[in-house]
Design a protein around this ligand. Structure first.
Ligand code: ASP
Ligand code: MG
Length: 409
């Protein structure tokens, strides 16, 4: 008999009918003779609604009380799902994060899981019950309720899989797996049979919303094999694990994209040792999230710095730079909005020189101007004009032969 952890997201549980559907998916697993631990998110858009309620009563949200509020979302789902399972003739027991022994660091809103005391869950499993655990929440050593950050139920599922030494962790969601690119925008997008942790991490950071990046990191560190699959369709999903054999020797496994990017250029900074550290620590202190950074030397004494941010942080960024002009000693600032980031990801790049060259050639052949570039071992990101984002994605998807991956289900 195997122990399976199954996680169901909010969209898969958004109404009574879907909750009954999820109960059926769990029944099917239980029927195979497996022990089941189920992790759930709050129903539908509940978490968003709770956040907006909090903002309606206060414009200075207290983080402790926010966790108290948000943790109720998942508590509703665990109870309803447990009831739906008894309706199907199964014995189930629901647990909040603290009841399930999920201990976190004492941080509100974005806590990390430190440890899980699994005795209570084991006890219920030994009685043959299905255990249902509220995702996204835990408790500190002092008994304070915490939450793990938006999308954190994935992390709960992976952490429970590790603590319980589960043989499988299935992440059920509203898509059928991880795709080579967003199928809503590129009709040739293909579902991947498998992807490595590192590739998935890059894609998750690049905005592929299908998995929480912290959950992928946790899975990588503890070697938990994940499968992302649909809660409605019965087909196989995408396996996420350490090593993945390259399909048809593909170097690139996915194309990711994100719009609403702005480039800010700070002209005429003194070219001294501390220039870079001063400007980026000033931005960091003000919680401004900077992505790609490019430095260009205009002379021995003077340097220019460009960096990319999300559109909605431009006003704040300009404010901070303006306020610190005396400290930073720059000449002037220019910014350009209406940009987008297009990236290719694949572990095959490590041993394949010339991938960047090929990417740039494809873009230039399609008349797409590259405004900024950044690379990691397994990723190349370019910033282009927003209007050219989808043409760029389509061209790259085609050039790196991602439409040709054989679908294995
Ligand atoms: N309910 C939480 C959220 O909406 C956690 C989750 O869904 O994973 O972010
Ligand atoms: Mg999610």
């Amino acid at each position: 008999m195997a122990l399976i952890v199954q996680k169901f997201g909010g969209t898969s549980l958004s109404d009574p009918e879907r909750i009954l559907n999820v109960a059926e998916r769990i029944s099917a697993e239980k029927m195979k003779g497996n022990d089941c631990v189920v992790v759930v998110s709050a129903m539908g858009k509940t978490t968003d609604q709770l956040i907006s309620l909090a903002k309606d009563v206060s414009n200075q949200v207290n983080k402790r009380e926010m966790d108290m509020l948000l943790s109720t979302g998942e508590q509703v789902t665990i109870a309803l799902l447990s009831m739906a399972l008894s309706q199907n003739g199964w014995e189930a027991a629901s647990f909040t994060g603290w009841q399930a022994g999920i201990i976190t660091e004492p941080v509100h809103g974005n806590a990390r899981i430190l440890n899980i005391h699994t005795e209570k869950i084991r006890e219920q499993l030994n009685k043959g019950k299905i255990v249902i655990v509220a995702g996204f929440q835990g408790v500190t050593e002092d008994g304070e309720i915490t939450t793990l950050g938006r999308g954190g139920s994935d992390t709960t599922a992976v952490a429970l899989s590790t603590a319980l030494k589960a043989s499988k962790c299935d992440i059920y969601t509203d898509v059928t797996g991880v795709y080579t690119t967003d199928p809503r925008h590129v009709k040739e997008a293909q579902k991947l049979a498998a992807i490595s942790y590192d590739e998935m991490l890059e894609l998750a950071h690049l905005g592929a919303g299908v998995l929480h990046p912290r959950a992928v990191e946790f899975a990588k560190n503890h070697n938990v094999t994940l499968e992302v699959r649909s809660s409605i369709e019965k087909e196989r999903g995408t396996i996420i694990k350490e090593e993945v054999t390259m399909e048809q020797n593909l170097v690139v496994r996915g194309v990711a994209f994100e719009d609403e990017i702005t480039r800010v250029t700070v002209f005429g900074l003194p070219n001294c040792l501390t220039s870079l550290s001063t400007i980026f620590s000033t931005l960091a202190k003000n919680n401004i999230d900077v992505d790609i950074i490019i430095q260009s030397m205009t002379s021995k004494e003077i340097t220019d710095i460009s960096f990319s941010i999300k559109n909605d942080t431009l006003k704040e960024t300009l404010n901070v730079l303006e306020k610190n002009k005396d400290l930073l000693k720059y000449d002037h600032i220019e910014s350009e909005t209406g940009l987008a980031k297009v990236s290719i990801v694949g572990s095959g790049m490590v041993s394949n020189p010339g991938v960047a060259a090929e990417m740039f050639t494809v873009l230039s052949n399609n008349g797409i101007e590259i405004r900024m570039v950044s690379t990691s071992e397994i990723k190349i990101s370019t910033v282009v004009n927003q209007q050219q984002m989808l043409p760029a994605v389509n061209a790259l998807h085609k050039a790196f032969k991602l439409s040709a991956i054989p679908i294995r289900s």
